[in-house]
Design a protein. Structure first.
Length: 253
């Protein structure tokens, strides 16, 4: 991708799944990467595994905590010499029917997926605004575009991310900061694997057959490629939108 070599990239939720794939892709593009994740041991493993690909470091961080996010932003700025790209990726998901969602579970999903997205974006964009340049890519979902059963809290949080993205684009564009969102459909990740394991055998295959025109789940590498594209100069006039990566899932009536 044009314009990525030498960039400093911060990836929240970068120690597993899509975030880990994105870290690898940005390193392959010649970037320097700083990643965070909730589990310190997982972050350490990710940094160790990626060390042979390119310059990478990271720390453990709970993105729902303002103090943790402030520490993350300062550490990333110091390690990278300035954050050029934020892949705002951290998120969680739980499958629970609407009538059964406890308020505590609702609060946890929204705290990580929406509050955390806001806290990290705000902390990083303050540094970007002082330099007059930057790219932010927030992780939304097809669930932020259309509702899916048993995910009311997740859907609401991801819909919020999409509107947060658009509002950030309106306000930050004049400061030289491009802001977009990714909206993946069903992607094979450890998070989705854990959810599928609690359902019937062959859930992922049946879901792909019934709901995805390409008849397969997406891969973390395919979403990582979209991260790299939106961060690159090839996407220099793409601003304030959500890029759908779903194998045609939203095209189904």
């Amino acid at each position: 991708m044009r314009g990525l070599a030498g960039k400093g990239v911060l990836i929240s939720g970068g120690s597993s799944g899509i975030g880990l794939a994105a870290a690898r892709r940005f390193l392959e593009e010649g970037c320097r990467v700083f990643l965070c994740g909730l589990d310190a041991a997982e972050v350490e493993r990710a940094v160790t595994d990626l060390a042979g690909v390119g310059p990478v470091s990271g720390l453990a961080c709970d993105v729902s905590l303002e103090s943790d996010v402030a520490r993350l932003a300062e550490a990333a700025e110091a390690a990278l010499g300035g954050v050029d790209v934020l892949a705002n990726n951290a998120g969680i998901s739980v499958r629970t029917a609407f009538l059964d969602i406890p308020a505590q579970e609702w609060d946890q999903i929204v705290a990580v997926n929406l509050r955390g997205m806001f806290l990290v974006a705000q902390a990083v964009s303050r540094h970007m605004a002082r330099r007059g340049a930057g790219v932010i890519i927030n992780m939304s979902s097809t669930n932020g575009v259309a509702g899916e059963e048993d995910y009311a809290h997740y859907n609401a949080s991801k819909g919020g991310v999409l509107l947060l993205t658009k509002t950030m684009a309106v306000e930050l564009g004049e400061r030289g900061i491009r802001v977009n969102a990714l909206c993946p459909g069903y992607i094979s990740t450890p998070l989705n694997a854990a959810i599928s394991a609690r359902l019937q055998p062959g859930f992922e295959e049946a879901y792909a057959r019934d709901r995805i025109p390409l008849r397969r789940a997406g891969t973390a590498d395919e979403v990582a490629a979209a991260y790299a594209f939106l961060a690159s100069d090839d996407a220099s006039f793409i601003h304030g939108t959500g890029l759908v990566i779903d194998g045609g899932q939203l095209a189904v009536m």
